[in-house]
Design a protein around this ligand. Structure first.
Ligand code: UTP
Length: 465
C-alpha cells in the first residue's frame, strides 16, 4: 500500500478514534499489512459506533412485555389425529426431497471449556459418540426411514471451521455421503473494548474478530450461494438445530408438518417452562407478532403471572429448533444486516499498546452478535409447537459440575429417553444402568416396538446399534 493511502486510512481511523489499530504497523511484513488493511476496510466504523452508542437507549422491556400474550401454539395435548396429520404432511415433504437440515456449529463454546469445536465433544452415554455423530446418525436414521437423501448444511466459523472439516473427512463423513454435506463459514464482527469502544487487536496485524452469532446464518446462506443451490434442488423447508442439543430428532416430521399445514413461514419448537424465571428465551406474541423476550428482559412480576389453573401464562421456552421456509429466508437475506445486533460482555484476549497479549478473566470486551430468532417477527405467519422437554431438549452448555445443562445431564437425558422407548416396548431397565439407541437401529419409539422380540429387564449399560 502506498504511503499516501496509509495516511488517509490513518485519518479515517482517527476520525472514529480507532487509530490504535495501526499501532504495530511498523513491525508487520508486507503481506500482514495488506491483510490488516483488508480487515480494517471490511469494518463499517460508522455503524459500529452507532451500535455501541445505541446500547444506552435500551428497549423499554417492561412496556413491551406488558403487552406480551401467550403465542399461537400447538400444544402437546393436541388430538392424536391432528398430530398424525402433521406427521404425514412432514413425512411427505421429506420423501419429496423438499427438506434440508441446518446445523449451526460456529459458536466458541466458551462455557463448556472444550478446546475443540463443540460438535466433537463426546456425548453418547454408552457409545461415546460425538455431538456431530449424534446429529449425523439421526439424519441417517431419517434418510433410512423415509428412503431419501437429505442435505446437511453445517455452519462453522473461523473458530471451528478447519477442525470441523478435518473431523468429517477423517471420520468418513460420519456415514453420510460427502456430496450431501455442505460446510460453510459464517461471518465475523470485531470485538471492542467495553470501556472505550476501541476495536481490539488479537495480534499486531490481526483484529480480534468473533463469529457474528447464529443469526449470521441468514447472510452466510446467501453469501455462499446455498439458498440458490437449494432452490435449484427443490428444497422448500429448512429444519434448523443447534449442535449442542443431542436430543434433536433430525427433520422431525411432526414439527415440519405443523409448519406446512399452518402455512407458517417460521416455526419454533418450544417447551413448557419449568418455573417462571427459568433461563430460556420466552416465546410470546406482541401486537400479533411472535417474538422472543430473553429471560433477563422479562420483568419477574410478568414472568410469574399464572392462568386460573395455576399454570404459567407466558409458558413457552425457546429451545432453538426451528423450521423455516426457503422463500422466507431468501426474502430476509436480501438485507441480512437489518437483523438487530445484540451486545454481549465477554472476556476477550487482546494485544495491549506495548505489544503484550492480555488474557482477562472477567469481561473486558463487547462481542456483537445477531440472533436467528429475531427473524420470527418478520414472518407473516409464525407458529409455535410444543415439545416435551425430556424428549427434545438436553443442551450441552456448561462443564460438568455446573447446576444445569452439562454433559452429565445430557447423557442422562439421552439414556432416559431410550429407557422410556424401551419401556413402551415392554423392556424395563434398572435405574443405575445407562442405555443408548443408535438411530439406524431404531429412529423413534415405534421402531423400538417393532425391533424388540422379547420383553425383560436390562441390568447393565447397553447400546442398541
Ligand atoms: P450459544 O449461544 O450457546 O454459544 O450457541 P456457544 O458458542 O455454543 O457457547 P458459549 O456461549 O460460548 O458458551 C448456541 C448454538 O449456536 C451456535 C453454537 O455453535 C450453538 O450450536 N452458534 C453460536 C453459531 O453457530 N454461531 C455463533 O456465532 C454463535
Amino acid at each position: 500500500m502506498m504511503q499516501l493511502e496509509w495516511e488517509s486510512l490513518k485519518e479515517r481511523l482517527q476520525s472514529f478514534c480507532q487509530d490504535q489499530l495501526l499501532a504495530h504497523l511498523q513491525s508487520l511484513s508486507d503481506p500482514d499489512r495488506i491483510r490488516l488493511q483488508e480487515e480494517i476496510s471490511a469494518i463499517d466504523f460508522d455503524e459500529l459506533r452507532r451500535t455501541i452508542e445505541g446500547q444506552g437507549q435500551s428497549v423499554d422491556w417492561h412496556a413491551l412485555a406488558s403487552r406480551a400474550m401467550p403465542p399461537d401454539a400447538i400444544r402437546l395435548n393436541e388430538s392424536a389425529s391432528v398430530q398424525r396429520a402433521a406427521y404425514d404432511a412432514g413425512e411427505k415433504a421429506i420423501r419429496d426431497g423438499k427438506v434440508a437440515m441446518i446445523l449451526v456449529a460456529g459458536g466458541q463454546g466458551t462455557r463448556l471449556g472444550f478446546d475443540k469445536p463443540k460438535g466433537m465433544f463426546r456425548i453418547g452415554p454408552v457409545s461415546h459418540r460425538s455431538l456431530f455423530a449424534m446429529h449425523a446418525d439421526s439424519l441417517r436414521g431419517a434418510m433410512k426411514k423415509f428412503g431419501v437423501s437429505i442435505p446437511l448444511l453445517i455452519m462453522t466459523s473461523p473458530a471451528t471451521d478447519a477442525e470441523t472439516r478435518e473431523y468429517f473427512e477423517s471420520h468418513h463423513w460420519l456415514g453420510l455421503s460427502k456430496d450431501h454435506v455442505t460446510i460453510f463459514q459464517q461471518g465475523t464482527m470485531p470485538a471492542v473494548d467495553r470501556e472505550t469502544g476501541a476495536v481490539l487487536l488479537e495480534s499486531p496485524g490481526r483484529i480480534a474478530m468473533s463469529p457474528d452469532g447464529h443469526g449470521g446464518i441468514v447472510k452466510a446462506l446467501r453469501t455462499h450461494g446455498i439458498l440458490d443451490a437449494c432452490r435449484a434442488e427443490g428444497i422448500e423447508y429448512f429444519f434448523y438445530a443447534q449442535v449442542d442439543n443431542p436430543l434433536v430428532t433430525a427433520c422431525d416430521p411432526t414439527l415440519l408438518g405443523h409448519h406446512i399445514l399452518a402455512g407458517s413461514q417460521m416455526t419454533t419448537q418450544v417447551v413448557q417452562k419449568r418455573f417462571a424465571t427459568e433461563k430460556v428465551g420466552n416465546v410470546v406474541s406482541i401486537d400479533g407478532k411472535t417474538q422472543i423476550i430473553e429471560y433477563s428482559d422479562l420483568p419477574s412480576e410478568l414472568a410469574e403471572q399464572t392462568n386460573e389453573d395455576g399454570s404459567l401464562r407466558l409458558w413457552a421456552g425457546n429451545i432453538a429448533v426451528h423450521v423455516m421456509d426457503r422463500t422466507f429466508l431468501e426474502r430476509c437475506s436480501q438485507d441480512p444486516d437489518s437483523l438487530p445486533i445484540h451486545l454481549a460482555n465477554k472476556a476477550v484476549p487482546y494485544l495491549d499498546p506495548s505489544g503484550q497479549i492480555v488474557r482477562p478473566t472477567s469481561p473486558n470486551a463487547i462481542k456483537l452478535e445477531r440472533f436467528v430468532f429475531d427473524l420470527l417477527p418478520r414472518a407473516s405467519r409464525a407458529i409455535v409447537v410444543e415439545g416435551d422437554a425430556k424428549d427434545v431438549f438436553a443442551p450441552v452448555k456448561n462443564a460438568d459440575g455446573a447446576p444445569t445443562d452439562t454433559p452429565a445431564s445430557a447423557k442422562q437425558a439421552i439414556s432416559d429417553r431410550a429407557k422410556r422407548w424401551l419401556a413402551e416396548a415392554g423392556v424395563e431397565c434398572t435405574p443405575e444402568c445407562l442405555v443408548e439407541i443408535h438411530p439406524m437401529w431404531a429412529w423413534d419409539a415405534d421402531d423400538v416396538k417393532s425391533k424388540i422380540q422379547s420383553q425383560g429387564t436390562i441390568h447393565s449399560d447397553t447400546y442398541f446399534a
